[in-house]
Design a protein around this ligand. Structure first.
Ligand code: ARG
Length: 457
């Protein structure tokens, strides 16, 4: 394809280090779509004849049909997907195929192909997130008033509702979805027609190719257009943040599924057994989501480091942009689907959750708040009195609402019978009615608002 100035061919090592076809063959659909748009534009501009353009377009459709049926052949001598398609096209169409690459370089070609591929990956992530968010909101609705312990430092802190806890993840994933949508909007410019780096002297209609390939407009600077991989970094950064959220949710489900917690039964279909211990049901899918997050973040780091030292315009280092993106996208798609299944199909043991919430004196803050409100005691003093009540309850081996009124009076005379109204976990969550709080009524409002934002009925 470029042998004119060379006296001898590349060595075996050169061929191997140079070849990107083993991975960039994933771009074949985008590459053929880009070529079809380019040749249609060249014909309209009178740069190639209608007859040649027609032959080339039909040839490209035949190549697409072959790849669809048989897969893309991997010939290292042809380097990459762009050469592979063109070489096959030449066999089908003859010398006229050589006109396709007029006013084009592999530099603007690959930038265009890759943008289109990443654009689809962004849309897939948005769809996967929407499905996961629907599962979360459905489960949150079911469990708007299921009480569980809320933790800080992984120590029982205050009772919360399971619905509230699930909606916390909904918020994270909603931000993630917006990050992908935002990245997709910024990607929405077509590099095709930037040629190698400087633009071209041919009279192109770049608006036409941009529109044909689903972009809103052409890129404005040819040097930037062939050097820019921000769209891939934007994808990987959004994917990394999303993977962090998926991993935190996975970690909680692993913890909740462990016997000492016993809050959740993961679906059999997303668990594995042990080859030696017959009783085991392991949360492998959740663990792999937690593990894959590391690889996705690694992919983001890899591309950032590949790009940070490159002078303008194209350097071959940029060929290494694709493996991390392909790997991260495959992992992210899987992780989103796995978490949707785990959220949607797990069984929550609300009895165990309630017991755990009742066990750790989680309503101590409610007792302190009651002292402030009903007995007009400053909060710091109320905190101290409550601490004494917790100590006494521990000595007697009961929960706070297992103390008698005499017990309370032994601590402070000002505590009256009314205190028992606030010591249950249900009373505690019901009282947390501040906007964004865990009260079942508030959770139901947020469920309704979330369903509306998702367009669920
Ligand atoms: N396979 C190359 C890549 O993915 C295509 C661009 C080649 N351009 C070049 N000037 N060698 O980056």
């Amino acid at each position: 394809m470029w042998g004119g100035r060379f006296a001898e061919g590349p060595s075996a090592i050169m061929r191997e280090i140079n070849a990107s076809i083993p991975f960039d063959k994933a771009l074949w659909r985008e590459d053929i779509a880009g070529s079809r748009a380019h040749v249609a534009m060249l014909a309209k501009q009178g740069i190639v004849s209608e007859a040649d353009a027609k032959a080339i377009d039909e040839g490209l459709q035949q190549v697409a049909a072959e790849y669809e049926r048989d897969g893309v052949p991997e010939d290292w001598d042809l380097e990459d997907i762009h050469m592979t398609v063109e070489s096959r096209l030449t066999k089908i169409v003859g010398p006229a195929a050589g006109r396709l690459h007029t006013a084009r370089s592999r530099n603007d070609q690959v930038a265009t192909d890759f943008r289109m591929w990443v654009r689809s990956a962004m849309s897939r992530a948005e769809d996967g997130l929407a499905a996961l968010m629907r599962a979360l909101v459905t489960r949150a609705d079911e469990h708007a008033d299921s009480v569980m312990p809320g933790f800080t430092h992984l120590q029982t802190a205050q009772p919360v509702t399971l619905g509230h806890h699930l909606l916390a993840y909904f918020e994270m994933f909603e931000r993630d979805r917006a990050r992908f949508a935002d990245a997709r909007a910024r990607l929405d410019e077509c590099p095709l027609g930037s040629a190698a780096l400087a633009g071209t002297g041919f009279d192109l209609d770049r608006e036409m190719t941009a529109e044909a390939l689903g972009f809103s407009r052409p890129t404005r600077n040819s040097l930037d257009a062939v050097s820019d991989r921000d769209f891939a970094l934007d994808y990987l950064q959004a994917a990394s943040t999303c993977a962090i959220h998926l991993s935190r949710l996975a970690e909680e489900m692993i913890l909740w599924a462990s016997q000492p917690f016993g809050f959740i039964k993961l679906p059999d279909a997303l668990s594995t057994g042990s080859s030696i211990m017959p009783q085991k049901k392991n949360p492998d899918a959740a663990e792999l989501v937690r593990g894959h997050a590391g690889r996705i973040i690694g992919a983001m780091t890899a591309l950032s480091i590949s790009m940070k030292g490159l002078p303008l315009a194209y350097s071959k280092d940029m060929q290494d942009d694709k493996p991390p993106v392909f790997e991260a996208a495959g992992l992210l798609d899987l992780c989103l689907a796995a978490m949707e299944g785990m959220v949607g199909k797990s069984t929550f043991d609300t009895g165990r959750m309630r017991k755990a919430a009742e066990a750790g004196h989680a309503t101590a803050t409610d007792l302190a708040d009651w002292l402030v409100r009903q007995a007009d005691i400053p909060f710091r003093e109320a905190h101290h009195i409550t601490g004494a009540a917790v100590k006494l309850a521990d000595q007697k081996g009961v929960a706070l609402d297992g103390l008698t009124i005499e017990d309370f009076h032994s601590i402070d005379e000002r505590i009256g019978e009314g205190v028992f109204d606030v010591l249950s976990v249900d009373a505690s969550v019901a009282a947390r009615t501040s906007y964004g709080g865990t009260a079942p009524a508030r959770v139901r409002e947020q469920v309704a608002a979330a369903r509306q934002r998702l367009g669920m009925e």
